[in-house]
Structure formats: structure tokens, C-alpha cells
Design a protein around this ligand. Structure first.
Ligand SMILES: Cc1cc2nc3c(=O)[nH]c(=O)nc-3n(C[C@H](O)[C@H](O)[C@H](O)COP(=O)(O)O)c2cc1C
Length: 166
């Protein structure tokens, strides 16, 4: 059975609203889950050398360039072997948290596409009504479309200071 890839972005651990909401989908899934917590396990930003490596044709890459792309390759393998991807993220200053942005930057590479039929479920938590969907939802939809994932459902919630128990 293929796994569900769970991309977590909130630094708030078990207190995280977005993580909690996504947990409901994980329960429904009931199969193997591969978790990648982009807040806890920092993903490095891309560098000039990384960009050069990514644009160098595969057969011409040096061993150093292959090493630079090793994490990106691993993130692709995690995605390609998944049946569904679930992304749980808060809104931080109108955009995604830095860890989720770093995951996207490491992942997106020219010509690399997810396998057909991949589903994505996205859970966004914001503090206020206005920014619940601003920027993060359209950004994530565009990223997912760009890598070939079109079966996307987004649930965005304004938590407005409520606690998980409320
Ligand atoms: C650094 C930081 C920046 C935030 N920026 C915004 C924002 O721009 N808009 C908003 O509506 N909420 C903002 N919030 C509130 C969070 O999005 C909100 O509390 C959300 O429910 C947190 O999700 P989580 O519990 O999954 O971490 C911010 C919170 C933090 C810690």
C-alpha cells in the first residue's frame, strides 16, 4: 500500500490547529503515513550552487552537484511514492511558514511532475477571517498545479484565538 505524505508546517506541535484538523483526514485514511515536519526538521534554502545544479542536465552533473540535489531527490521520492499528500499549515504574516516555503523551493524543479491521480488535501489555519485564504491558498494551489496535482481540496479556517478544545 502506498503511503499518505503528511507535510506539517506549524511550529506549535500538538497545539497546532492546522495539524489537528489534518489529523482527522489521517484517521480516515487509516494506512501508512510518512510525516515530514518542515518546522521541526529545517529544510535549507536553495543556493546559487543548488540552482546551477538543478539546471545542469542530469548526465552532466558533478558528484558535488548530485549531492546538492540529494535532499530534493529524497523529497521527490517521498511524493512519488505517496497516494495522497496532506498539507497542514498556518498563515504566517500573510504567507506560508518558512519551512513550508523551503520544502516547496527544494521540491519544484523543471520538468518534474507528480504521478497522475495524486490527491492533495490542504488544511490552512489563520488567525483572522480576512487572511484565512489570502495568499497561502492560491499559492499552494498554484504550486500543486505546477507539479501536476489537480485533485486538490482546501479547508481554510480562521481560528480567532479559539483553543483546540473549543
Ligand atoms: C508569526 C506568526 C504570524 C502570523 N501571521 C498571521 C497572519 O498574517 N494572518 C492571520 O490571519 N493569522 C496570522 N497568525 C495567526 C496564525 O495563523 C493562527 O494562530 C493559526 O491558527 C495558527 O495555526 P497553527 O495552530 O496550526 O500553528 C500568525 C501567527 C504567527 C505565530
Amino acid at each position: 500500500m502506498r503511503h499518505l505524505l503528511f507535510i506539517e508546517a506549524s511550529p506549535r506541535g500538538a497545539e497546532s490547529w492546522s495539524r489537528h484538523r489534518a489529523g482527522e483526514r489521517l484517521k480516515e485514511w487509516g494506512g501508512p503515513v510518512l510525516r515530514r515536519d518542515t518546522s521541526r526538521d529545517a529544510i535549507p534554502p536553495v543556493t546559487a550552487e543548488w540552482i546551477d545544479a538543478a539546471w545542469t542536465p542530469e548526465e552532466q552533473r558533478t558528484p558535488e552537484q548530485r549531492e546538492l540535489l540529494a535532499l530534493s531527490d529524497r523529497l521527490w521520492a517521498e511524493l512519488e511514492q505517496a497516494e495522497e499528500i496532506v498539507i497542514a499549515t498556518p498563515v504566517h504574516n500573510f504567507g506560508p511558514p518558512v519551512g513550508l516555503k523551503a520544502w516547496v523551493d527544494q521540491l519544484v524543479r523543471a520538468g518534474r511532475k507528480a504521478k497522475p491521480g495524486m490527491r492533495a488535501r490542504v488544511f490552512i489555519a489563520a488567525g483572522g477571517e480576512y487572511s484565512a485564504r489570502q495568499f497561502v491558498e492560491p499559492w499552494l494551489r498554484q504550486v500543486l498545479k505546477y507539479i501536476g496535482i489537480t485533485d486538490v481540496e482546501v479547508s481554510a479556517e480562521a481560528t480567532a484565538g479559539r483553543t483546540l478544545a473549543a
